[in-house]
Design a protein around this ligand. Structure first.
Ligand code: MG
Ligand code: MG
Length: 274
């Protein structure tokens, strides 16, 4: 099953969280996305030690391309560090959410919704506020100073969260379980909920799982190897979250491992679509 493939090599207890979701959680999210494809707003970008990490923007770019090819209008909202990367790559329709206080952030979020008027909002590896209102990385460090309150967009009625650690937008759906399964879970776990949640070992892989189902629905293979996009994103200034280096890696996994995951997903869908 596609849900099993995106949870391979799990290091953070996501396989345990899976028990609390329907077994076809990724399929459900994909069908929900497919039913609301007109105007899609993707949010992404996770702060890691002065940079944005490779998990998030890589798959957001691939998803954007696939959805655009299917006729969707796609906008991306991120904040400072990832914005720099995406604009260097000349990705169109990228908006920078300011790192600001609650009142200003709420106003900005309301403005984004009214201007873009999305049919659905999809979060890809984007930090969501914890119970105390702050933003934490997996090490339990407070990164609020470097994180725009992008999660303020998620009062929106149609949303999908894709995450791999417990501190991302959407993990609020499983907060009670994140607390016990994830290291520092009670502190870092996000309380921000989404209509559907996709969990995976690497958030990019969760996006590829959704894209695998979209390929099946559309009868058109939307998945591609990650090589070029990852190279471009790293060249534009993103780093691997595990080594904290500008390496062709995502959460410590090599490009080869990710490409193998993509191949497995393609096999699940059936190569006949290629
Ligand atoms: Mg994560
Ligand atoms: Mg990750």
């Amino acid at each position: 099953m596609i849900e099993d493939v995106i949870l391979e090599h799990d290091k953070r207890g996501m396989n345990k969280l899976k028990e609390y979701l329907p077994s076809d959680f990724c399929k459900r999210a994909a069908y929900f996305l497919h039913g609301n494809m007109e105007k899609i707003l993707i949010v992404t970008g996770f702060y890691v030690g002065g940079y944005c990490e490779t998990d998030g923007p890589v798959s957001a770019i691939m998803l954007r391309k696939a959805l655009t090819s299917l006729g969707s209008k796609v906008d991306i909202v991120t904040d400072r560090y990832c914005y720099e990367v995406l604009t260097r790559l000349k990705i169109p329709d990228v908006h920078c959410f300011p790192i600001n206080g609650e009142k200003e952030s709420l106003e900005f979020a309301e403005n984004v919704i009214s201007v873009i008027d999305p049919s659905i909002i999809v979060s890809v590896e984007r930090c969501g506020r914890a119970k105390d209102g702050k933003y934490y990385n997996m090490r339990g460090e407070d990164i609020s100073e470097y994180t725009g309150k992008v999660d303020f967009l998620f009062d929106f009625p149609k949303t999908i969260g894709i995450g791999d650690g417990g501190n991302e937008i959407g993990m609020g759906n499983l907060y009670e379980h994140v607390k016990s399964v994830v290291l520092h879970g009670e502190k870092i776990g996000s309380v921000v909920e989404t209509t559907f949640l996709v969990i995976s070992s690497v958030s990019n892989w969760g996006v590829y799982g959704v894209m695998a189902y979209l390929s099946e629905i559309e009868g058109k293979m939307l998945l591609k190897r990650e090589d070029r996009i990852l190279e471009n994103v790293v060249q534009a200034g993103a780093i691997d979250s595990a080594s904290r280096k500008a390496a062709l890696m995502v959460d410590g996994f090599s490009l080869e491992v990710t490409n193998r995951i993509i191949e497995e997903l393609k096999r699940e869908v059936g190569y006949s679509l290629d």
